[in-house]
Design a protein around this ligand. Sequence first.
Ligand code: TXA
Ligand code: MG
Length: 329
Amino acid sequence: MKTKIGGKELIEEAAELIRKGEVVAFPTETVYGLGADAFNAEAVAKIFKAKGRPADNPLIVHLFSKDQLNKVAKDIPEEAYILIDIFTPGPLTLILNKHPDIPSITTSGLNTVGIRFPNNELARMLLSKSNTPIAAPSANISGRLSPTTGQAVYEDMDGKIPMILDGGKSQVGIESTVLDLTKKPYTILRPGAISASMLVPYLLEVKNFKGEVKVAASPGMKYQHYAPKCICVGAKLQDRAIMHYKKIANDKCNRPVIIGNLNFIKDLPVNIETLSLGDSVEECMSSFFDTLRYAEKKYNYIILQNFGDFPDFFSLNNRIEKATSHIIV
Ligand code: TXA
Ligand code: MG
C-alpha cells in the first residue's frame, strides 16, 4: 500500500478515508494517533493489524464535541463534565462506562471506554469532517517509541496505512493523562501533562495508580512501552552517568550517549557525547520521544537521566522508567 503524507490540503480526503472505514494517522497535541471510525469494527481491526497491537489493549475514542459523549459512554458522572469544561480540548483521557453501540473490539471487550478531546487543529478538523468519533492509539509500532512528528509515524507506518496527516511537532510530547472515573477513589492510570494536583480541586480525591500490574487496570500498563531499539539505562547522578559512560566506551563497538536536561549535561566533560532534552519540564516532555528516536539511530547505548527525585518531572519520569526498564546505574 502506498502511504500518502501531507498537511491540511489532504483533510477532505482523510475524512473520506475515515468514513470509508480506512485508517489515517493524525497529529494531536500529545503524540500522533492512528485513527479509524470508532463505531466500525472492521476499521478498528485495521488499527490493531497496522500496529501489531495485542487485542487486549483498548483504544481511546477521540471526540470533537460534548454532544458526542452520550453516543459513546453512559452513566457519566457529574465530575466528567466539570473536567471536560476545564481541561479539554487537551491532554486528558477519561475512562467512563461504555455505550453498547461502541463495538467490543474498540475497548478490547471492556465495559468501559476511554474518551478524549484532542487539542490540535488538524485532529479537530478530521473529527469534525469525518463526523464520527475516532478510535486511536499512538501511531507507533506496538512497543516502540510514541511518534511526535509526521516523519516518525512514516518510519513506523509506511506501506501499512493509506495516509498520514502531518501537523508538525506535537507540543506536549507525552501521551495524555488517563483518569478512571468509573470507580472511587478516582485513579490516574497513566500520568501525563495534567497531574493529580491539577485534578484534585475538582475531584476532592484522586490517586496515582501504584504497584504491579497483574490484572491490568489499564491493560496497556502491562506491556513494554516507549523502548528505544538499543540498550537504554537510567542514571540519577552525573558522576554515575560519567562512570558508566566511560566503562561502556572502553568497548569500541559501543557508541554511548548521555541524555538529560540542560542542567544535567551542561558540565559533563567535552569528550562525552550528550543530548539535551531542554530546560523546563515542558521542554523536556516535548522533545523526549523525538530525542530518543534520534539517539537510537546515531548511538547504540543510551544513558538517560532519571528524574525520580524531582516531583515536577513525575509524568515524564514514568516514560523514562519504561524506556530504561527501571534500570538505574
Ligand atoms: O495522548 C494520547 O492518549 C494518545 C493520543 C493519540 O490520543 N493516545 C494513546 O493511546 O496514547 P495508546 O493506545 O497508545 O494508549 C492508551 C492507553 C493504554 O494504556 C490503554 O490500555 C489505556 O489507555 N486505555 C484505553 N482504554 C481504556 C479503558 N477502557 N480502561 C482502561 N485503560 C484504557
Ligand atoms: Mg501507545
